[in-house]
Design a protein around this ligand. Structure first.
Ligand code: PEP
Length: 242
């Protein structure tokens, strides 16, 4: 089955490096059975929109603002992102929750602003290691879903959830595929209760070309959010061609 594979380049590349990587990926990935999205940093978004113009790869952003325009120094408008061809926007990534103190209320506002502009939010949820060890993973994630999706209306819109256990991000220690499957089943049913709609749930956390096939075969894993392994063209292409 077709999977959604989203590359999150974070703030890891220089401007030229981003353009070179986007060109390499789009040149080598001419046909692909999966749906591929690349989320570069803001600085390179417009240039990469041009690079991807004639490819099947879709453009995403790593964040967007809570309003379309106004006195919000440093923010980037979802309306403007939409106008340059952005289709997906990652929201609530654990790095933003941790380093930028983003809470669920802000993330909820960002989701609503993105949906208003017909962007597809990719809501990231996930537990810390200490929470998993205390048996609280599901509790933490239910809370993130309940608050993040509060009064979100998906009648004419789409949304994706990314399950990213925080301890698996960038650590080289992915979750065991069967544990991921169990969490995905749980997240799907919780999200369905809130949204009255079944939404895709991606897995993120140390996915690479070696471990991806063990996740691909899980029924409730609809795709992947890939950080580190999306920064090397050959590695990312191997992932996309699975
Ligand atoms: C991420 O940051 O969303 C991520 C999944 O990173 P990595 O693949 O490097 O663990």
């Amino acid at each position: 089955m077709k999977k959604l594979i989203i590359a999150n380049w974070k703030m890891k590349l220089g401007f030229n490096e981003s353009l070179v990587l986007a060109k390499k990926i789009s040149n080598k990935l001419k046909s692909n059975k999966n749906n591929i999205v690349i989320c570069p940093d803001y600085l390179s978004l417009v240039s990469i929109a041009n690079i991807l113009k004639n490819s099947k790869i879709v453009l995403g952003a790593q964040d967007s603002a809570i309003v379309d325009s106004g006195a919000y120094t440093g923010e980037v408008s979802p309306l403007n992102l939409k106008s340059i061809g952005v289709k997906y926007v990652i929201l609530g990534h654990s790095e933003r929750r941790e380093h930028l103190h983003e809470n669920s209320a802000i993330i909820n506002d960002k989701i609503k602003a993105a949906l208003k502009n017909k962007l597809i939010p990719v809501l990231c949820v996930g537990e810390k290691l200490i929470e998993r060890e205390a048996g609280e993973a599901k509790l933490v994630i239910s809370d993130q879903l309940r608050r993040g999706l509060n009064k979100v209306d998906l009648k004419n819109n789409n949304l994706v959830i990314a399950y990213e256990p925080i301890w698996a991000i960038g650590s080289g220690k992915a979750i065991a595929p069967l544990e991921a499957e169990e969490m995905h089943q749980f997240i799907k049913s919780q999200a369905n209760k809130i949204l009255k709609k079944i939404v895709p749930v991606l897995y993120g956390g140390s996915v690479d070309s070696k471990n991806i096939s063990s996740f691909m075969s899980q029924k409730n894993i609809d795709g992947f959010l890939v950080g580190g392994a999306s920064l090397k063209s050959d590695e990312f292409i191997k992932i996309c061609l699975q």
